[in-house]
Ligand binder design. Structure first.
Ligand code: NAD
Length: 331
């Protein structure tokens, strides 16, 4: 825990607002900040997040929770009052779901973010750090992915992330709000939900293997991704809060900088869980790209990001967490 950000110091009395704090990444951010003795406020409408994600720290004296929707500007204004740092994670994820409901994605992810940016500006927030996504690279096949070389967008979800990056830049240029976009690449770790049609592969496969079911791999399994342990994402968010204004108005790749093939991940999980189950292969999914891995040198240079956790270290911790937290329930 805390490798890569244990030395960071924030001014005494700082207040952090984590939007989407009841979700996977947001709840991990809250936990880390509270562990460091910081004051944390969460704004979440519980649309895809869960109150139980807050259980570990909900009684902490430095923690407060606002149940509310970022589509409501008044809610955003209230939530950003006396806040120093906004870590804006609230959004709906999932490429396939966005293809089914593009209008909702625009309203929730784009309008919601614009509300948060404007509220942060009105309330004099110091730093506005927000979650973007590797999906902004679209169909550009060049590897590794480098900021500035983006292809055609392949889904409404990706378009929402590219649009909020443009708003992020504008708010820096027009209003001097220090914004930092973090393009996360396939994050995994504790509390990532294994359930539902749009679950991410690592928790979903772990859960299915624990239940002795055969997980489905979409396509041939030879797709590769830069799977990133959630601890690296925490490090990036906290370092962005302390980055100079000269690094604002930009988006940064946040990843491990490696490349894992889905089929290899499958067998890593099966071996770790001692299951000899063959996967089932299904059709490839629309909007999916074949390979993705990140050049992380920009974040290293301008944010001091290290990406201190390797994929192997992260997956070991994640598997242990899922075994400890899911075994009895699914036995
Ligand atoms: P998540 O679904 O677990 O968390 C998102 C949280 O935002 C949920 O708690 C949800 O209830 C909340 N939320 C959604 N719409 C809201 C609204 N209108 N008002 C208030 N709260 C709202 O997802 P996550 O995986 O933790 O993702 C967090 C952020 O990171 C998202 O912006 C996502 O697009 C981005 N991201 C995630 C990944 C990944 O691999 N998990 C990769 C790239 C980018």
């Amino acid at each position: 825990m805390m490798k890569g950000y244990e030395q960071l110091n924030f001014p005494k009395g700082s207040v952090f607002l984590v939007t989407g704090g009841a979700g996977f990444i947001g709840s991990n951010l809250c936990e880390a900040l509270l562990h460091m003795g910081q004051t944390v406020r969460v704004l979440d409408d519980l649309s895809t997040g869960f109150l139980q994600n807050l259980n570990a720290f909900k009684d902490d004296i430095n923690f407060s929770f606002i149940e509310g929707d970022i589509k409501d500007y008044e809610v955003c204004l209230g939530a950003t009052e006396r806040v120093d740092y906004v870590l804006h994670q609230a959004a709906w994820g999932s490429v396939p779901r966005s293809i089914e409901m593009p209008r909702f994605y625009e309203q929730n992810n784009v309008m919601g973010t614009l509300n948060m940016l404007e509220a942060a500006r009105q309330n004099g927030v110091k730093k506005f750090v927000y979650a973007s996504s590797s999906s902004v690279y679209g169909d550009d096949a060049t590897l590794p992915k480098v900021e500035g070389r983006e292809g055609n967008i392949l889904s409404p979800y990706a378009l929402t992330k590219r649009t909020i990056e443009e708003y992020g830049k504008l708010y820096y240029k027009l209003y001097g709000l220090d914004t930092y976009g973090l393009r996360y690449f396939n994050v995994f770790g504790r509390r990532q939900p294994p359930e539902g049609a749009y679950a991410a592969v690592i928790p979903k496969w772990i859960k299915q293997l624990l239940k002795d079911e055969s997980p489905t791999i979409h396509g041939d399994g030879k797709q590769s991704r830069d799977f990133t342990y959630v601890e690296n994402v925490i490090e990036a968010n906290l370092k962005a809060c302390l980055a100079p204004s000269s690094a604002a108005g930009q988006a940064y790749n946040i990843a491990s900088g490696g490349r894992e093939y889905l089929i290899d991940i499958y067998w890593t999980l099966a071996k770790a869980l001692k299951k000899e189950i063959q996967p089932t292969f299904g059709p490839a999914r629309a909007g999916d790209i074949k390979h993705s891995n990140a050049d992380i040198s920009k974040a290293k240079q301008y944010l001091g990001y290290e990406g201190a956790w390797s994929f192997e270290e992260g997956i070991r911790e994640a598997i242990a967490w899922y075994i400890a937290n899911h075994t009895e329930k699914h036995a």
